[in-house]
Write a protein that binds this ligand. Structure first.
Ligand SMILES: [Cu+2]
Length: 215
């Protein structure tokens, strides 16, 4: 049975057997059921990038199948936001001290934060491939209408990603900032070090949070 189907079955069973509990519990609180693990990340704004974007990520894990939900507010509207699970670093978000000078301005590029959060392992795309090779697939990432990302997708993780989540070494990073507040991705910080065809504003981290097992 698929992961999604199992969730639906669990919902039906729970609702039928203990309606009183279902009435007060969070609809998405599946932890503790049938081996499904739950991990959450509080996404904090990368303030050195003049970002105020914040939110939460929830990952439900069943084997290597994951349902990933990302909710972000106050991020640049109507622009694609690359979002990833990074692994292999310290399992932390960078601090302002990790920032560098880019086009003469103090900002945190994706590479500036690499030691803290590690490399891209999973691309949280809206459709298709979710590997690192889709890391900058700008046509398959959320575009944040109204400045809000509301993402929910179920797919199979790589073994490395699943292992890193369970080892407390996975970090969620949502990219794409508006450093100069002009409402678009421009060249204020120069070109992205990841893809010279993209402005650095398009790839710098906007919000970040380490995934931890939920209580
Ligand atoms: Cu990333």
């Amino acid at each position: 049975m698929s992961f999604t189907k199992r969730l639906l079955c669990l919902a039906a069973a729970t609702a039928a057997s203990v309606p009183m509990v279902m009435g007060t519990a969070q609809a998405d609180d599946w932890s503790g059921y049938d081996g499904i693990e739950k991990y959450t990340a509080h996404l904090a704004p990368v303030t050195v990038n003049k970002s105020q974007a914040s939110g939460t990520t929830t990952v439900w894990l069943d084997g290597d199948t994951a349902r990933v939900r990302v909710e972000v507010d106050e991020i640049l509207a109507d622009h694609p936001h690359a979002q990833h699970i990074h692994i292999g670093g310290r399992g932390e978000c960078p601090t302002d001290y990790d920032a560098g000078l880019h086009n003469g301005k103090r900002a945190l590029s994706t590479l500036d934060g690499l030691d803290a959060y590690g490399a891209v392992e999973t691309s949280l795309t809206t459709e298709g491939d979710t590997s690192a090779s889709s890391g900058l697939a700008v046509d398959r990432f959320p575009t944040a209408p109204g400045g809000t990302i509301s993402y929910d997708r179920t797919f199979d993780l790589s073994q490395a990603a699943a292992d890193a989540i369970r080892a407390d070494n996975a970090v969620i990073v949502v990219h794409g900032i508006d450093y100069d507040g002009d409402g678009t991705y421009g060249d204020v910080l120069g070109a992205s070090e990841l893809d010279p065809n993209l402005p650095m504003e398009a790839t710098n981290p906007a919000a970040c949070g380490p995934l931890h097992m939920a209580d």
